[in-house]
Design a protein around this ligand. Structure first.
Ligand code: CTP
Length: 404
């Protein structure tokens, strides 16, 4: 049930606007409060009175309308919302939202809100697949905007293809998930590793890699939101520690090894998203290295311990171990080899050369591999990838704990 929750529903001028009536009615039946904002074009398709009757509240269209009550309506609605949902969301609305254009009541409210935003796109297939719409979609996904659909099917224009708005029941189910946080990790202790490591050469130089830490931080945040007790072992990153997460900074792979091995036995699930440097300089020069008149500098590197492998060796019954495989070729083969070598239950394989995947981006494209199953996920935000990884890790844990 959604009592106490408030949804601000934006309706834009797509033919699917009539289906938004059912969205309002379903949300109300679940106990949610609903305010509707329509674009001017939407009012040509469905009369505001229909939404007013279904929502039990006046419909807003015009930013400058005088309502009598003194409040700045787009700000008050933006603050009142627990979720901003736009259904249908036209290509035009997506473009405006992606670029911060706020030229009517709906786009102004979307810009002002701090609530999560979900869009149910609806448009002709050509408009949906247009390069500019796909680019806007990428921008919105990267900012954490949730997409509900679109599905495929017969469109109002007679075409058949992608761009059909999701069914009202599915839109409401997705909204419900966003409004009621899942607390299915309460009582679990999880360890997440994140970011690069730094291997000193001398007091002013070091070896490192491109890991931004975003995937590991998203995992830590998601687990915390789902109720877990989270320890985050993190290499140097520019990211803020997610609320409620116990962050332990590490610098080198050896530091990570020491901290992770000490803490591993007490953990229910360990996800290793860090990119520990495989090698370190054999000696760290106490003084800054000097140039030697054109002579080559030979830096001898020695191998670092493999943290995941060491944790895998001491894995205890019922514990779930998840690793990552960042690959540039032979994705599945290499990932499965790592799964075996490190005694992992699940490996998250990603081709770091693909656009929208890997280091530094806000989205990722991954395949979740166990010894017996492969699940390829479409490009999605790292927050969504994180939740899918936890979903799968919890399934594995349930199977492992089931009496044979
Ligand atoms: N890993 C680790 N310790 C290392 C290197 C990697 O614990 N010294 C972990 C990573 O956190 C990741 C997994 O092992 O979960 C795979 O890391 P990756 O860099 O893809 O593989 P490597 O084992 O280093 O193999 P290679 O570099 O040869 O691809």
């Amino acid at each position: 049930m959604l009592s106490g929750k408030h949804v601000v529903l934006g309706v834009t001028g797509g033919i699917a606007a009539y289906k938004a009536c059912e969205v309002v009615s379903r949300l109300r039946k679940l106990g949610a409060g609903v305010d509707v904002i329509m674009t001017a074009n939407a009012t040509r398709l469905v009369a505001p009175l229909t939404f007013e009757t279904l929502s039990g509240a006046p419909v807003c269209v015009d930013t400058f309308e005088r309502t009598g009550a003194w409040d700045v309506r787009h700000i008050s609605l933006a603050q009142k919302a627990d979720l901003m949902l736009v259904a249908p969301a036209t290509a035009n609305l997506m473009a405006k939202l992606a670029h911060g254009i706020a030229d009517d009541m709906l786009t102004t409210t979307l810009l002002a809100t701090r609530a999560p935003i979900a869009l149910a796109p609806a448009m002709n297939t050509g408009m949906w697949t247009a390069a500019v719409t796909q680019e806007n979609l990428r921008i919105l996904l990267e900012r954490g905007v949730q997409m509900i659909g679109p599905g495929s099917g017969r469109l109002a224009c007679g075409d058949t293809g992608e761009g059909r708005m999701s069914e009202p029941a599915d839109i409401v189910a997705a909204a419900q998930k966003l409004l009621l946080p899942v607390r299915d990790m309460e009582g679990l202790r999880v360890l997440v590793t994140a970011g690069p490591t730094v291997e000193r050469i001398d007091p002013v130089r070091y070896l490192t890699n491109d890991s931004s830490g975003k995937m590991g931080y998203a995992l830590a945040r998601a687990a915390r939101e789902r109720g877990a007790e989270v320890t985050l072992l993190t290499g140097p990153t520019r990211l803020a520690t997610p609320q409620g997460v116990c962050a332990v900074p590490i610098v080198s792979t050896q530091d990570l090894y020491d901290e992770a091995l000490r803490r591993a036995p007490g953990q229910d699930i360990i996800v290793q998203a860090a990119a520990p440097a495989d090698y370190r300089p054999e000696t760290v020069s106490p003084q800054k290295l000097k140039k030697h008149g054109g002579e080559a500098l030979v830096l001898r590197l020695v191998e670092n311990p493999d943290v995941a492998q060491a944790i895998g060796r001491q894995k205890r019954e019922g514990q779930v171990l998840v690793g990552f495989a960042a690959e540039t070729q032979n994705l599945t083969d290499n990932a499965l080899r790592k799964l075996e070598a490190k005694n992992l239950d699940l490996i998250v394989a990603n081709d770091v050369t693909a656009e929208g995947a890997g280091f530094g981006t806000d989205t990722n494209i991954v395949t979740l591999l166990t010894r017996t199953q492969a699940q390829s996920l479409p490009r999605m935000s790292k927050d969504d990838v994180a939740n899918r990884i936890w979903d799968r890790a919890l399934e594995i844990r349930r199977e492992a704990l089931q009496p044979a």
